[in-house]
Design a protein around this ligand. Structure first.
Ligand code: DC
Length: 216
């Protein structure tokens, strides 16, 4: 049994996917974290996001492994636990820019399909229902307006003691959506058989209930 959740940045995919996985005893697979680990690797090497030749060749030297410790996903980059370094704006923007590369995608999609073949998973990302798990039993396309998504991100950063600029956050979100939805390979789009959930005016519990109702 596999559940695919796709949607734009900040729609609440990981929050919902984690809750559903916990409720059902499934494994939560955060595919964005894999693209982020790869992006961190390129940042550390000083590779520029538009240097597709270096990205294609260097991605083969990045060994990305997923482990589960106390039910939480841990991402290893060449053996180093980088889980805590992935959720920055810099890494997110680099992940969006470098995930357009076909060699990066091929490598990570294989890893994702292997994980889903061995366990019941709730997997979130951009191309899960369309490309990675086209036969997933349940497919969700989770979205929310860019204003609401920016406000959620803003609140998260304020809670961490930062003083973010909400307009800049929204502009970044719109730019990231543009790139993720318009890239040539595996763009973000709703699978034909996915159910659309707009979480703009829904609580986390309401979204979890809506997803749960779709599970056979
Ligand atoms: O979900 P996230 O913000 O952690 O993802 C970071 C970037 O990785 C996102 O902007 C696009 C890319 N990504 C992708 O191309 N395919 C996926 N399945 C997951 C993420």
């Amino acid at each position: 049994m596999n559940i695919a959740i796709d949607g734009p940045a900040g729609a609440g995919k990981s929050t919902i996917a984690k809750r559903i996985a916990k409720k059902l005893g499934y494994i939560y697979v955060d595919t964005g974290a894999m693209y982020r680990a790869m992006a961190l690797y390129f940042i550390r090497l000083g590779v520029s996001a538009d240097d597709s030749v270096s990205i294609s060749s260097k991605c083969n030297d990045a060994d990305i492994t997923i482990e589960y410790r106390d039910g939480e996903q841990v991402v290893l980059l060449n053996g180093e636990d980088v889980t805590g370094m992935l959720r920055t704006e810099e890494v997110g923007n680099m992940a969006s820019a470098t995930s357009v590369n076909g060699d990066v995608r091929k490598k990570l999609v294989e890893l994702q399909q292997k994980l889903a073949a061995t366990a019941d998973v709730v997997m979130d990302g951009r191309d899960i229902g369309t490309v990675v798990l086209p036969n997933a039993e349940v497919k969700i396309y989770l979205t929310a307006s860019s204003k609401v998504r920016a406000k959620r991100r803003y609140d998260e950063l304020v809670a961490k003691g930062e003083t973010p600029d909400i307009d800049k956050i929204e502009a970044d979100i719109i730019e990231r959506d543009e790139r993720d939805m318009n890239r040539e390979i595996s763009p973000l789009k709703q699978a034909d058989d996915a159910t659309l959930i707009d979480s703009s005016y829904m609580s986390i519990e309401e979204v979890v209930d809506a997803v749960t109702e779709l599970i056979p």
